[in-house]
Ligand binder design. Structure first.
Ligand SMILES: C[S@@+](CC[C@H](N)C(=O)[O-])C[C@H]1O[C@@H](n2cnc3c(N)ncnc32)[C@H](O)[C@@H]1O
Length: 366
């Protein structure tokens, strides 16, 4: 038993290290470079990969061991030993298995792969997180502490939702026809605008407003509108929306942005106010049970991943005021339903989202 547990810890440590290295490969386009220059029949040297990725080339020093592109080689070796890519018997040539290329690169990169990109930003705030645990430490963390958060989040959202958002999710919530006819839609906590822009391009007769609490998110969102005239992004606290918006929206979305607000209770009350009496509120959230034991039983390592992601990001940003609720990503369906009912929503239904593996959606009316 003890030996088994020690093996488990060793695996966890190795996988933690590999996660960081996969994230590095994603950031430096190394998987793309390797896929471009290699195959099982023609595996590539580190020099070839470095050249395609425009990274440090071959070292020309006196030392006989230095005749290769060392950083890229080290990364390739880590990936090969981790079973992510392949290495030939010389130990010097590498390739990606054909049936894995699509999982690892480009727009259809698998979300499990993309998810490794979270870890470098957690490493950056590691000592700040140590501080928030302290009795005299700050309440939490500000979004600005996570340098490239909006880009990482947007990449994650795309890898989670892009394939199925329009094709499966919108019909499932019963809004396809109304969006085609033209309605007014609000996305609360829109980040840098992936969902709004994706929906706006498919439903040109509808008008989309995205609000986010940080100007950085709004600026990034505005830079991706791609000329769509049916899109607006506004810097606004969801807990205190425009007084002129009462009964205004046909459809209000939240995509993974309720649990990390400091006062999600106030913002859901505001959503209740700004939703038309006939409108629909669709809140996409992390699918948790509100019970750690059940999360462990039902979701295993996915639950562990999201509790950890919450620890390093969602909980600290959602705890950053003296009156914050600090829900965390795994607050779960029981707490979610209560929050919506307390805000006045009736007939709250919670459904699995087609294709959104880690999510559920709360569908509610006034
Ligand atoms: C986890 S991100 C999700 C972003 C985006 N919806 C997505 O799925 O890619 C949460 C977002 O909520 C925003 N946010 C947090 N508190 C907010 C508040 N009180 N009002 C509006 N936006 C808020 C954050 O700035 C962040 O962009």
């Amino acid at each position: 038993m003890v030996a088994e547990f020690l093996d488990q810890i060793k695996e966890i440590t190795a996988h933690g290290a590999l996660s960081m290295a996969i994230a590095l490969g994603i950031k430096l386009n190394l998987f793309e470079a390797l896929a471009e220059v290699s195959s099982e029949e023609n595996p590539a040297t580190p020099e070839q990969v470095a050249e395609i990725a425009s990274l440090k080339p071959r070292y020309e020093t006196q030392n006989v061991f230095d005749f290769f592109s060392r950083y890229v080689r080290e990364w390739l070796c880590a990936m090969a030993c981790g079973g992510i890519i392949e290495v030939d018997t010389t130990g010097e040539k590498f390739w990606i298995k054909k049936n894995r290329v699509e999982i690892m690169i480009g727009p259809s990169r698998n979300h499990a792969f993309t998810q490794t990109s979270m870890f470098p930003s957690y490493g950056k705030v590691f000592y700040d997180i140590v501080n928030v645990f302290q009795k005299d430490g700050p309440y939490g963390m500000d979004y600005s502490s996570y340098a490239d958060f909006y880009q990482v989040m947007s990449a994650l959202s795309q890898s989670w939702h892009k394939k199925t958002l329009v094709k499966d999710f919108i019909p499932m919530i019963g809004m396809k026809e109304r969006l085609q006819e033209g309605i007014l839609v609000l996305d609360v906590g829109c980040g840098n605008g992936f969902h709004v822009c994706e929906l706006a391009s498919h439903f040109p007769k509808s008008h989309f407003i995205g609000i986010d609490i940080t100007q950085k998110a709004v600026d990034e969102a505005n830079s991706r509108t791609n000329g769509h005239k049916n899109v607006e992004f506004i810097c606004m606290n969801a807990a205190d929306m425009s007084k002129e918006w009462t009964d205004k929206f046909d459809l209000v979305f939240i995509f993974d942005a309720c649990h990390d607000q400091c006062r999600p209770d106030l913002s859901v009350k505001e959503i209740h106010r700004v939703l038309k009496p006939t409108g629909l509120f669709a809140m996409v959230e992390i699918d948790g049970t509100s019970n750690c034991y059940k999360d462990k039983q039902e979701k295993g390592s996915t639950a562990a991943l999201f509790y950890t992601a919450s620890l390093f990001h969602c909980l600290p940003v959602g705890s950053n005021t003296s009156d914050a609720l600090g829900l965390g990503a795994m607050w779960g369906i029981e707490r979610g339903k209560n929050l919506l009912k307390d805000a006045g929503f009736t007939n709250v239904k919670v459904e699995k989202c087609p294709g959104f593996e880690v999510n559920c959606v709360y569908l509610s009316h006034k």
